[in-house]
Design a protein around this ligand. Structure first.
Ligand SMILES: Nc1ncnc2c1ncn2[C@@H]1O[C@H](COP(=O)(O)OP(=O)(O)OP(=O)(O)O)[C@@H](O)[C@H]1O
Length: 304
């Protein structure tokens, strides 16, 4: 596990960002309390990745500030910033031909001197991060040959090797099976309790509600709600932001919200109907031709 860093709060203050004459981030104010797991939620195109890039310093805001504790992150030089913040993204494009351990070792770059090679401490940190991400058996595999879920864990391990104080993640559960999703989020919680401040863009509202201490909901480049998952993730908010009907239940053990969706358009699914394969017609009237699966009712089901 990455050693505990100092607990600091992340604060974005009136951050504004325009691209191609479009206002993408519209005077955003938001906070992730020190040592918390924050979840950044919102529909496609809401501005989650852009906000993470602005916090990480990959993009420069037109206005506003990003602070971590007392430090102004926007004022830090690139190398200094990379010692404070790590961003785990879904796609790593700078790893052609590299093996997994080498990709993870790239995370040590901000800590190495200008011409210095990695030392024993760096190698030990890389080994520990491979272990934390469950990747020991993959250490010698070529990164390009990994599955999407395996790559996702490498991206996390590389970010952890940076030994950041602030860990940003863009859809870290994407491509992961359910067990790997839960273990990823459990690891983020453990890291937060160990001192890291974590902000992850997530799409799964129940996972966010189950693991995040603090959620920030973006819509159209603005923060529309923020706070404890239970207070924020209400059916009204979900309808307003995502345009879907949700039922918010309480987990019997943790008391945290579980979000279920009711698809009012298709109605209840009571019994799966056999799927008939019918010809869509090939013009000769015999019904043969390209097979198409036709469901007997809406959504491929019939009412009992
Ligand atoms: N270079 C660009 N020029 C113009 N618009 C852009 C540019 N980059 C991003 N955008 C727009 O900014 C908005 C926010 O994009 P962003 O990727 O931050 O959203 P997101 O919330 O991460 O979405 P998703 O959930 O789909 O990943 C989108 O409407 C996107 O089309």
């Amino acid at each position: 596990m990455t050693p505990a860093g100092p607990n600091e709060a992340l604060r974005a203050e009136r951050v504004r960002f325009t691209r191609s004459a479009r206002l993408i981030i519209d005077d955003i104010d938001c906070t992730v309390p020190a040592g918390h797991v924050g979840a950044l939620l919102g529909p496609n195109g809401a501005g989650k990745s852009t906000l993470l890039h602005l916090i990480a310093g990959i993009e420069r805001a037109d206005a506003g500030a990003v602070r971590f504790g007392e430090r102004d992150l926007t004022a830090l030089r690139r190398r200094d910033r990379a010692r404070v913040i790590a961003l785990a993204e879904q796609d790593v494009h700078d790893a052609p031909g590299l093996r997994v351990a080498e990709v993870v070792a790239l995370g040590r770059t901000p800590h190495l001197g200008a011409f210095a090679a990695a030392g024993e401490l760096d190698r030990a940190i890389v080994r520990r991060c491979l272990e934390d991400a469950g990747l020991v058996e993959f250490a010698d595999r070529e990164y390009a040959t990994l599955s999407g879920g395996e790559r996702q864990r490498v991206n996390l391990a590389r970010a952890l090797a940076q030994e950041p104080e602030l860990l940003l993640l863009d859809e870290p559960t994407n491509h992961l099976d359910i067990r790997a999703q839960l273990s990823m989020l459990r690891l983020l919680r453990e890291l937060a309790h160990g001192g890291l401040t974590v902000l992850a863009a997530l799409h799964d509202l129940s996972l966010a509600a189950g693991y995040a201490d603090h959620v920030i909901v973006l819509d159209g480049g603005r923060v529309v709600a923020a706070g404890e998952p239970r207070a924020v993730l209400t059916p009204e908010l979900i309808r307003a932001v995502w345009g879907v009907e949700a039922i918010v239940l309480e987990h019997p053990d943790s008391g945290r919200p579980i979000i279920a969706f009711s698809d009012v358009a298709s109605g209840p699914i009571s019994r799966a109907a056999p799927v008939a394969v019918v010809g869509v017609g090939d013009g000769d009237g015999d019904g043969a031709g390209v097979g198409a699966a036709a469901a007997a009712g809406p959504g491929g089901t019939t009412e009992a």
